[in-house]
Design a protein around this ligand. Structure first.
Ligand code: ATP
Length: 240
């Protein structure tokens, strides 16, 4: 991991009516690291993600990616800049096979069908989906749909991958498989920002974690140390 900053989130905020969902949130993401984003329900994690990915407009602040402020950019422009995301609910294109699902994202970027097919087959191998390559993506199990979702994000050749709760509802074995895949994604040079509720997963995966509570950053550091901080424990288990 280098100390080179890939993404710098600078005092971003978002209000929904009377509710301040994210307030003055700032953090850096270093090239090559896996950063875990933690926080209790409603802390503002998904809103922060959506602001980075261009799905939600920031009220204030800057989002500097590879030296360029992308705050306010549309999702397709953010994706073209090199940021891909997975969704909490995987939504592969139904009526299309796993392979076709993986071809689409790449084809959008390159317009080179042969290269897209090659890339799709590489991703199918990487994800262990060989036996399902020609199956309609709608017919897959929830976990295999998640893999396709990851594959679709990777097919856009991102520099930064934003992952939202990739093991929700997974069996322990599936969770372990996903952890292995995310580590291998990082080994391929992709930086990862991951929201995850399952503490064991985030602890085993993240180089560093940040914690949000009531829209604000309340901790930033090594996973083992951060989860012992009294105010982090209070945010998770306290009653405020
Ligand atoms: P969870 O872990 O439950 O997914 P989270 O940390 O991702 O929670 P957000 O989904 O970002 O939290 O929500 C932060 C706050 O903003 C919540 O109180 C939520 O109800 C509110 N919120 C999120 N999106 C909207 C919206 N589109 N309109 C109004 N309020 C919203």
């Amino acid at each position: 991991m280098s100390t080179d900053v890939l993404l710098s989130v600078e005092a971003i905020s978002k209000r929904y009516g009377g509710l301040q969902a994210v307030k003055d949130l700032s953090f850096d993401l270093r090239r090559g690291e896996i950063l875990g984003l933690l926080g209790p329900n409603g802390a503002g994690k998904t809103t922060a993600f959506n602001m980075i990915a261009g799905y939600v407009r920031t009220d204030a602040g800057r989002i500097v990616f590879e030296g360029r402020d992308i705050a306010g950019a549309k999702p397709w422009a953010v994706c073209a800049a090199g940021i891909a995301r997975t969704f909490q609910l995987s939504r592969p294109f139904g009526g299309m096979t796993v392979r076709e699902n993986l071809v689409v994202g790449h084809l959008e970027k390159t317009r080179d069908r042969a290269a897209s097919l090659r890339m799709a087959d590489e991703l199918i191998d990487f994800l262990g989906l060989q036996a399902l390559a020609d199956t309609d993506a709608e017919l897959l199990t929830a976990f295999d749909r998640r893999k396709v979702e990851l594959g679709r994000a990777l097919s856009t050749k991102p520099t930064l991958l934003l992952m939202d709760e990739v093991v929700a509802g997974a069996t322990p074995q599936e969770a372990q498989t996903m952890v292995g895949l995310v580590k291998r994604v990082r080994d391929r040079g992709v930086t990862v920002l991951i929201i995850e509720h399952v503490m064991k997963v985030i602890m085993g995966l993240s180089d560093r974690v940040i914690v949000m509570h009531h829209g604000q950053l309340i901790a930033n550091g090594q996973p083992q140390a951060v989860v012992r901080e009294p105010h982090v424990l209070k945010a998770y288990f306290g009653d405020d």
